[in-house]
Design a binder for this molecule. Structure first.
Ligand code: UT7
Length: 428
């Protein structure tokens, strides 16, 4: 992505000067942010990336595990295969880190310039710390805040909306939005009604403050908690803490009323798309690409295609390759749509999702940046490699220092003089 290419696409030299040149500058990261962000401000997607595990599990593989048939899965869901984490090192944070790293590389942005990382996930590394904090440390995002966002499969759209708001408020200049899942670790592999549906993966986008009109132009978020029990992991939280009983009854696995979720999804996907387009002032006929949550091809057909009458070639579908990767499904689909040349500057895009909660959300995007990747020179790659190695070394050093303190401090405490009771200060 070059400044010249950007100019040719009519997005202006200011944008090029602000966002396309000198991203990889640590010196600039030192500037106070308020000097850099001036209204009017737009939230542009300037980087994107995804990561999926290598291990492919086909419908035929699942026939060996549960009482199911390739034909049933294909005709009821459109899924042919999914990716599943194979080794313990592959986790929600590791997939999210790789996806986010690719997004930074597309934007050619130095990690020190990121102000915030939001990780949308329903399969976090731990209850706490946030998976986003682990990604922040892995990438050396030394100036970034980090938090996880829980809105199930709608999480990516929610996170994008929050990131946009942070930018428009002037609180952040660069925000990484990651959707990452390893739901295969929460699936009961003896339950054919759920295990055939889900897959693992991660996708990320980098949002930047820009003076070029466009980017994420509108969002719609919704929730109906009366449907909370329709799609849930019943145990492991405050309502049912982990116990021998919860483990032996399988209450830590995903449980779902598929038909009820299906009915809700087909209605809400169409409604949310209409609402967000209204907000953005874009007629349905001017939509160039819908990137819907990839849960079931039939849901996409019943909602976006039939109810909104958006033609098939304007709706991106890759559920056959990855199954339902929850919060990761929209950013993975976006990245593949970009790779296939289905996104171009000036396009009107809609991201629309639904999920447990029940939740739903949609974002309207006016794509405004060129798709061409920056030329990756030998020097640039070495620079990046060094940056990530420095991040790993920094993290190890901090851990080592903490370990030393934890050894030294108790002894120092033990040597402190003990005050006699008469020396104690009276409590107010
Ligand atoms: O991100 C949000 C996550 N969730 C969703 O998006 C799920 C939304 N729901 C769905 O996608 C669909 O409801 C499913 C794919 C889950 C199920 O499709 P369906 O057409 O609604 O099937 P069904 O639940 O009505 O089940 C039909 C039959 C049942 O047998 P009987 O009772 O008619 O004899 C099921 O037991 O299919 C049976 N069945 C299966 N058969 C073979 C259920 N799962 C399987 C399976 N293989 N894996």
């Amino acid at each position: 992505m070059t400044a010249q290419a950007h100019e040719e696409n009519g997005t202006g030299s200011d944008y090029a000067a602000t966002h396309l040149n000198g991203h990889y500058s640590e010196a600039e990261a030192e500037q106070p942010m308020l000097d850099k962000v001036q209204p009017p401000c737009y939230a542009q997607i300037i980087g994107w990336g995804y990561e999926v595990p290598d291990r492919v599990v086909t419908n035929h593989d699942l026939e060996q595990v549960v009482d199911t048939q390739d034909e049933w899965i294909r005709t009821r869901t459109g899924i042919q295969e999914r990716r599943v984490v194979a080794v313990s090192e592959e986790t929600t944070a590791s997939l999210g880190t790789q996806a986010a790293r690719k997004a930074l590389e597309v934007a050619d942005l130095h990690p020190a310039r990121v102000d915030l990382v939001i990780c949308a996930t329903s399969s976090p590394e731990h209850f706490f710390p946030a998976t986003a904090s682990i990604i922040q440390d892995n990438l050396g995002l030394i100036n970034a805040g980090a938090f996880d966002l829980s809105a199930a499969c709608s999480g990516f759209v929610y996170a994008l909306s929050v990131a946009r708001a942070q930018i428009l408020a002037g609180d952040a200049e660069y925000v990484l939005v990651v959707g990452s899942e390893t739901l295969s670790r929460w699936v009961d592999w003896t339950d054919r009604t759920t295990c055939v549906l889900f897959g693992d993966g991660a996708g990320a986008v980098l949002l930047a403050a820009s003076d070029v009109p466009g980017g994420v132009t509108a969002s719609v978020l919704g929730s109906d908690g009366s449907g909370a029990e329709l799609l849930t992991i019943p145990a492991g939280g405050s309502a049912a803490p982990a116990s021998l009983e919860t483990v032996s009854s399988g209450s830590h696995y995903i449980q779902m009323d598929g038909r009820a979720v299906f009915r809700f999804a087909t209605r809400i996907m169409a409604d949310a798309t209409r609402q967000v387009l209204d907000k953005a002032g874009v007629p349905v006929s001017e939509v160039d690409l819908v990137v819907p949550h990839q849960a079931n091809k039939r849901i996409i057909q019943h909602s976006v295609l039939r109810q909104l009458k958006i033609p098939e070639d304007k709706v991106y579908v890759n559920v056959h390759k990855y199954g339902n990767t929850s919060t990761a499904s929209i950013p993975i689909a976006l990245c593949e749509a970009i790779e296939e040349g289905k996104v171009a500057p000036g396009d009107n895009l809609v991201f629309v999702g639904f999920g447990a909660g029940l939740t739903w959300g949609a974002c309207a995007v006016k794509w405004s940046v060129p798709i061409e990747q920056p030329e990756s020179t030998w020097w640039k790659n070495t620079q990046r490699q060094a940056t990530y190695q420095a991040a790993a070394a920094r993290s190890m050093w901090k851990r080592a220092i903490r370990r030393i303190y934890s050894q030294v401090e108790p002894r120092a405490m033990a040597r402190r003089p003990v005050r006699r009771p008469e020396e104690e200060q009276p409590t107010p």
